[in-house]
Design a binder for this molecule. Structure first.
Ligand code: AMP
Length: 493
């Protein structure tokens, strides 16, 4: 078995690793570090939790240890799809570069340009950035990328989902042809394959097993609730979630609750709090400092439940989560794999519980197809009996997402809001949204506008299908120009 000391890393790096307490390299590290140190391009097919961050950070530090950065000309570049992931890479860098004199700057949205400019002006060895923010700095003339010797693209599949591939291509074009590229992706979609064929030169390809296939320590269960009216189903699910949490009792040391929609993240967190649970929401609409505070609180054990959207939680290194609750069946089967991968890490026991309804039948089948396992069915008990029978239209999804704005309804709502028990108030919070803000599935990845330059970004095919709620009066016959303006409005928001 390979030891870190066999890997020809700089002694200062070895010292830092030793202090962190790693004994042996993980498979992605053992596979990627030697070719990276030889100056070769690396294509790592691995996901979070495999130790991939160190697999590019450690050789980078070793390679950069000699030499010095010039003003505005970083010597290496790490691109990550989200602010949190970029910040996590920066944390890793600080840890492993502790005994070196290397400097870094983190370019992410939510941080002032001025502060970031000052760092770049001084000269940094490592620039860690989200693609949009990096291009914003470049366009302001603050950054020269012609001295980049090593470029890392992390989580390329997420970049693809977020529509960042044109930006990545552009950034590749701004760096020297002679640069070394370390490229990581959890999957090799055709578009990713194309990029690697175009920009990587004879890469060493290292593929490590997907975490979910290895995580036999996770006990999975799905709880199939009976069908009910769409507007009653959310409450039914929240009631059931609390029941699950109560049933698990002290076994739940902490947990992440995943929702498909940002609006539900807020509602579920609010509902849990009102019922005395220690829960906080995390999603892309919350500002950076809020998200950081919440995550730190969760990591430190001060917050017991994190209610999250996929992107907000993706890639975050939160060890020791006892439970993952899927409040919604994820719309993309692979997100199930990512979600449950938050528990049962590093050989620990973990529980993954998912709430499903008859409307989720197809999604559930797709997940079971992907993981080639029938998820054991849990006992839903009696409490989950249907609140009422769905009308035909509702069963067909006609009533979904319609803004409920009639005067009589809002009057009755304000009356109800005063009298109703806590849960009903939470329930009532949802219909207040305007049509363009109405609940819609969160895009698979969310990018704050400051992570994106406003220019050239074309919307991906998936995004174009999601045109938000139906327009009353026009029915399904939505003229294209209206749909277009919705998209643009959403993009601008
Ligand atoms: P990553 O896949 O980079 O997000 O890493 C997942 C977790 O594995 C992080 O908590 C790392 O600190 C940890 N880790 C990385 N390399 C090693 C190693 N060689 N031995 C033990 N833990 C590691």
């Amino acid at each position: 078995m390979t030891k870190f000391s066999d890997l020809k890393l700089h002694t200062k790096v070895l010292k830092a690793i030793d202090e962190v307490g790693y004994t042996d390299p993980t498979p992605i590290q053992a596979g990627a570090i030697p070719p990276a140190l030889e100056g070769r391009d690396v294509l790592g097919i691995a996901q979070t939790g495999t130790g991939k961050t160190a697999s590019f950070t450690l050789p980078m530090i070793t390679l950069l240890n000699r030499g010095r950065a010039r003003a505005r000309m970083p010597r290496s570049l790490v691109l990550a799809p989200t602010r949190e992931l970029a910040a996590q890479v920066a944390e890793n860098f600080d840890l492993y570069a502790k005994y070196t004199k290397l400097t870094k700057a983190l370019l992410i949205g939510g941080v002032s340009f001025k502060e970031q400019d000052q760092l770049i002006d001084k000269g940094v060895d490592v620039l860690i950035a989200t693609p949009g923010r990096l291009l914003d700095h470049f366009e302001r003339g603050k950054l020269i990328l012609t001295d980049v010797k090593v470029m890392v693209v992390d989580e390329a599949d997420r970049m693809l989902d977020m529509g960042f591939i044109p930006d990545i291509e552009r950034i590749f074009g701004l760096t020297p042809f002679t640069r070394q590229t370390l490229f990581f992706s959890a999957t090799m979609a055709p578009e990713i394959e194309r990029i690697t064929n175009t920009f990587l030169s004879n890469p060493e390809r290292i593929e490590v097993a997907r975490q979910a296939t290895a995580s036999e320590t996770i006990t999975q269960q799905v709880f199939e609730l009976p069908g009910t009216r769409r507007d009653a189903q959310a409450k039914q699910k929240r009631d059931f979630l609390r029941k699950l949490i109560d049933q698990e009792g002290e076994k739940v040391t902490n947990g992440i609750i995943f929702c498909n929609r940002k609006v539900d993240v807020d509602i579920v967190a609010k509902s849990l709090k009102k019922y005395g649970h220690d829960a906080e929401p995390i999603h892309g609409d919350l500002d950076q400092s809020h998200r950081t505070r919440t995550l730190d609180g969760f990591r430190d054990g001060k917050i017991r439940f994190l209610v999250a959207s996929d992107v907000a939680a993706r890639g975050l290194d939160i060890p020791n989560v006892s439970h993952v609750f899927n409040f919604d069946v994820p719309s993309h089967a692979e997100d199930y794999v990512h979600r449950i991968g938050r528990t049962g890490r590093a050989g620990r026991e973990g529980a993954a519980m998912m709430i499903s309804t008859p409307r989720d039948e197809k999604l559930l089948a797709a997940i079971e197809d992907l993981i080639k396992t029938t998820i054991p069915r849990g006992d839903v008990g009696e409490q989950a009996a249907p609140a009422s029978k769905p009308s035909e239209a509702e069963a067909a999804g006609e009533a979904e997402d319609k803004p409920k704005k009639s005067r009589s309804r809002s009057r009755s709502r304000s009356k109800k809001a005063e009298d109703a028990p806590v849960e009903a108030k939470v329930e009532e919070a949802a219909p207040e949204v305007k049509p363009e803000e109405a609940p819609k599935p969160e895009p698979r990845a969310e990018a704050k506008s400051d992570d994106k330059p406003k220019r050239s970004r074309s919307r991906g095919g998936r995004g174009n299908n999601d045109r938000g709620p139906k327009v009353v009066g026009l029915g399904d016959h939505l003229p294209d120009f209206i749909a277009h303006s919705f998209d643009e409005r959403r993009e601008a928001s």
